[in-house]
Design a protein around this ligand. Structure first.
Ligand code: ZN
Length: 139
C-alpha cells in the first residue's frame, strides 16, 4: 500500500464561487499510478468546503440559493464580533458542508457518477487562494 500526496492551488472569487475540480483530482490519481484505493480531497481552511453535485448552471444557482437560505449572509453572527472580519456566515456554511470528501477508485478510475462532479465551494467574503490536499491511498 502506498500513500501519495498532491496539492492543488485554486484562486477563488469569494462567497458563492463554486469550482469544478474533478479533472484535477482525476489527473492526480493517474499521476499516482495507483489502481485501487481511495482519494481524500481536503480543503485547508475554515471558510471553504468540498462537496459533490451535478455541475450545471441550474444546480449551481440552486445550491447558491440553498446556502443563502440556510445561512443568510446579511445576518449578524457572534463570530463577526471576534475579528471584525464579517465572515461568520462563511464559517457556518463551511462547517455545515465539511472540508473533505473521500472517493474510492478502481482500475485507476474514480468511482464517480457521470453527473457527479467534485466541487470546491468558496464561502469567504473575499477572494482567496485555496490549498487543497489530494491524498491517494492504495495499491
Ligand atoms: Zn472569520
Amino acid at each position: 500500500m502506498k500513500i501519495i500526496h498532491h496539492k492543488l492551488t485554486k484562486k477563488t472569487k469569494g462567497s458563492g464561487d463554486l469550482i469544478d475540480i474533478t479533472q484535477e483530482i482525476s489527473h492526480a490519481l493517474h499521476k499516482s499510478g495507483l489502481k485501487n484505493g481511495m482519494v481524500t480531497v481536503f480543503n485547508i481552511g475554515s471558510t471553504a468546503a468540498i462537496t459533490t453535485f451535478e455541475f450545471e448552471p441550474g444546480l449551481i444557482h440552486d445550491i447558491q440559493e440553498l446556502y443563502e437560505k440556510l445561512v443568510p449572509s446579511k445576518k449578524h453572527y457572534a463570530h463577526d464580533e471576534t475579528w471584525g472580519d464579517a465572515n461568520g456566515f462563511s464559517h457556518l456554511r463551511a462547517a455545515l458542508q465539511g472540508p473533505s470528501l473521500t472517493i474510492p477508485f478502481e482500475n485507476g478510475e474514480l468511482l464517480l457518477g457521470t453527473w457527479q462532479q467534485v466541487v470546491l465551494a468558496e464561502f469567504d467574503n473575499r477572494p482567496r487562494q485555496r490549498q487543497i490536499v489530494v491524498q491517494t491511498i492504495g495499491e
